[in-house]
Design a protein around this ligand. Structure first.
Ligand code: SAM
Length: 332
């Protein structure tokens, strides 16, 4: 039975600490899965608080591991919680949490890779909100391995651009952890040294809030780097309306030579024989000085470059498939 301590929080029935459970079930962090566990309840509470109101809402936690963040989520009484975890060793500890919250929260344990998880199955009864309405009562929360979180972020940005997957329900927000340097790149503004492809791609589709930093030493085992907690809110009006792959290609090429004039990277969007002509044309169409360095280009100017590229592709449709890094210059 649960003790209701305050309107917004519940106290869970006495459970062994995460630290004890990890010992009890011999849940040694696996290097090959880059597992680092967060055992400090104040920090897991702080991550969940960063996600905003979740009481009576729907939450998907990615990579719960032994369940530190999961406990903090449950304390805030969501209506439904789906945890997606790749490593089946965590089933017993997650089931313990599932039982402890059963009277308030419908908790579902999914063993598998978040990258192939189908949100439509998990959030089956959640009403779909129009994109321009208030965001839906859905939150994605996770402390994933760094390599997975960056890769997942890019996939999710693509889904946001398509309003598919978790974004078929509306402007679903995400609270995720990243290596601190990556989190700083995500929010980097024009002119800043961390400004890169990821900054532009994130900012085209989301408002990004760098919430706080967690020192590496708070994790067990401790990673070599500090961790940034970031909340992403999909924009009502993205700064660009174009297929994700095309935008990604333009931004990637421009940033390819980050210390040079931006035309140097941009012209590699075109086959060699056309570069001299189409490179300057793209910048003229975008009304941008081609001597600007990539990190000095604003989001709006990047959007203009993408549209200029698309206009050029209308005259030269074969260019759309051109990739200077592919063996023969063309990606099939
Ligand atoms: N959330 C826990 C915490 O904060 O203590 C664990 C964090 S640990 C850095 C990352 C967790 O994500 C591990 O439990 C790992 O097994 C899981 N994981 C890794 N890749 C995953 C994937 N592709 N899909 C789902 N879970 C994944």
């Amino acid at each position: 039975s649960k003790v209701v301590s305050a309107a917004k929080h519940i106290r869970l029935p006495p459970l062994p600490t995460i630290r004890d459970l990890v010992k009890l079930y011999r849940l040694k962090a696996l290097k090959q899965l880059s597992q680092n566990f967060l055992m400090d309840e104040r920090l897991t509470d702080k991550i969940v608080k960063a996600a905003g109101k979740i009481q009576n809402h729907y939450v998907c936690e990615v990579g719960p591991g032994p369940g530190g963040i999961t406990r903090s989520i449950i304390k805030r009484q969501p209506h439904k919680l789906i945890v997606v975890e790749k490593d089946p060793r965590f089933i017993p500890t997650l089931e313990l949490l599932q039982e402890s919250c059963a009277s308030v929260t419908d908790m579902k344990i999914e063993i598998g890779d978040i990258r192939s998880y189908n949100f439509d199955n998990g959030f089956i009864n959640v009403p779909k909100h129009n994109w321009y309405e208030a965001p839906p009562p859905i939150h994605l929360i996770g402390n994933l391995p760094f390599s997975v979180s960056t890769n997942l972020l890019v996939r999710w940005l693509k889904s946001i651009s398509e309003k598919s997957s978790a974004w078929s329900f509306g402007r679903t927000s995400m609270t995720l952890t990243f290596q601190k340097e990556v989190a700083e790149r995500m929010v980097a503004q024009v002119g800043e040294k961390q400004r890169c492809r990821l900054s532009v791609m994130c900012q085209f589709w989301c408002d990004i809030d760098y919430k706080f930093t967690i020192p590496g030493k708070a994790f067990v085992p401790k990673p070599k780097v500090d961790v940034g907690v970031v909340t992403l809110y999909p924009l009502k009006n993205p700064l660009i309306e174009m297929p994700f792959a095309v935008v990604e290609k333009v931004v990637r090429n421009v940033f390819n030579m980050r210390q040079k004039y931006s035309i140097r990277g941009a012209e590699r969007l075109f086959p060699e024989e056309l570069r001299e002509h189409l490179g300057p044309k793209m910048f003229n169409l975008a009304e941008l000085d081609f001597m600007t360095r990539p990190f000095q280009i604003t989001n709006e100017e990047f959007a203009r470059l993408c549209y200029a590229y698309r206009v050029i592709c209308e005259d030269h449709p074969e260019i759309l498939n051109y990739d200077s890094r592919a063996p023969k210059g063309i990606v099939e």
